[in-house]
Design a binder for this molecule. Structure first.
Ligand SMILES: Nc1ncnc2c1ncn2[C@@H]1O[C@H](COP(=O)(O)OP(=O)(O)OP(=O)(O)O)[C@@H](O)[C@H]1O
Ligand SMILES: [Mg+2]
Length: 234
C-alpha cells in the first residue's frame, strides 16, 4: 500500500527524456516523465507496445542513462553517477525480472541464482538455497535451464532478482510468456517474496489480472506518464 508517513519518496523521476537515434532518424520515446514511488509501493506500468515501458525500466535500473532529467533513488541521483558507480549501485539495490527470463543456459540453476551475490563479492549460498526452497525448486539446483519449464525458469528469474536483497524490484512482463495458471502461481510467489517483504515493485504488464495486483496504475502514453488511479478501463 502507498505509505503516507511523511517519508520522502524512495524513487523520484524528474522530467526524464529519452530518444533513440538510428542514422539520421531521431525517435523521441520519453518526452517528459515525472513520477514518485513511495517505499513499499507496488505500481503497475501500462502502455501500448512501443510506448517506452522497457526503456523506462532500463533507465530506473541504471542499465541505460536518460538524455535529460534526474532519477533519484533513496536520495542518490543515479543520473549524476559515473557508469561504473551506477553499475555498482544497480548490483546492490535493484533486482530485475525480465520477460524472457534471461537465465544463463551454461550455468546450473543454483549458479544462476548465485550470480547477483557473486557480482557483489558475496560468496554465501544460504540465501540462494533458502529461496530455491521457498519456490519449490531446491531439488533442481544442479539442473541446467534447458531441463526447466517456462514457469520454473521464471521462478528462478524471480529469486535471482531477490537473492541479494535489493530494495527495488523491476519486472518487465513477468508473466508475459507463461500460461494463465502458471502466471497466477508466479503472482503468488511475488506476493509472498516481494510485497510482504515491503519491497518496491514496478511491474510492466499487458494483463488485467497482473495489473490488479498493484496498489496503483500508471499509463505511459505519448512519452509521458499518466496516472490511472486504481480504475482499470481496458
Ligand atoms: N536500443 C534501442 N535502440 C533503438 N530504438 C530502441 C531501442 N530500445 C527501444 N527502442 C525503440 O523505442 C520504442 C520504445 O521501446 P520499448 O521497448 O521501451 O517499448 P515497450 O513499451 O517496452 O514495448 P513492448 O510492450 O512491446 O515491450 C520502440 O519504438 C523501440 O523500437
Ligand atoms: Mg517492453
Amino acid at each position: 500500500m502507498k505509505k503516507d508517513d511523511g517519508k520522502p519518496p524512495l524513487i523520484c523521476l524528474e522530467n526524464i527524456r529519452k530518444s533513440y537515434t538510428e542514422g539520421s532518424v531521431v525517435q523521441r520515446v520519453l518526452e517528459s516523465v515525472d513520477a514518485e514511488f513511495a517505499e513499499g509501493e507496488c505500481v503497475a506500468l501500462l502502455g501500448r507496445s512501443g510506448s517506452g515501458k522497457s526503456t523506462l525500466l532500463n533507465l530506473i535500473s541504471g542499465i541505460d542513462k536518460p538524455d535529460g532529467g534526474r532519477i533519484v533513488i533513496g536520495g542518490v541521483d543515479i543520473t549524476a553517477l559515473s557508469e561504473h558507480k551506477r553499475t555498482l549501485f544497480r548490483r546492490k539495490n535493484i533486482g530485475f525480472i525480465y520477460q524472457f527470463f534471461n537465465i544463463i543456459p551454461t550455468l546450473s540453476v543454483l549458479e544462476n541464482v548465485l550470480l547477483p551475490l557473486e557480482l557483489n563479492g558475496d560468496n554465501s549460498k544460504e540465501r540462494a538455497l533458502e529461496l530455491l526452497g521457498e519456490v519449490g525448486l531446491l531439488d533442481r539446483k544442479g539442473d541446467y535451464p534447458d531441463r526447466l519449464s517456462g514457469g520454473e525458469q521464471q521462478r528462478i528469474a524471480i529469486i535471482r532478482a531477490l537473492v541479494h536483497d535489493p530494495i527495488i524490484i523491476l519486472a518487465d512482463e513477468p508473466t508475459g510468456n507463461i500460461d494463465k495458471e502458471t502466471g497466477r502461481h508466479i503472482l503468488d510467489i511475488m506476493e509472498r517474496l516481494i510485497r510482504r517483504k515491503n519491497k518496491n515493485l514496478i511491474l510492466v504488464t499487458h494483463s488485467k489480472e497482473v495489473a490488479t495486483f498493484a496498489d496503483r496504475l500508471l499509463l505511459l502514453e505519448e512519452g509521458v506518464l499518466k496516472k490511472k488511479g486504481t480504475e482499470i478501463v481496458w
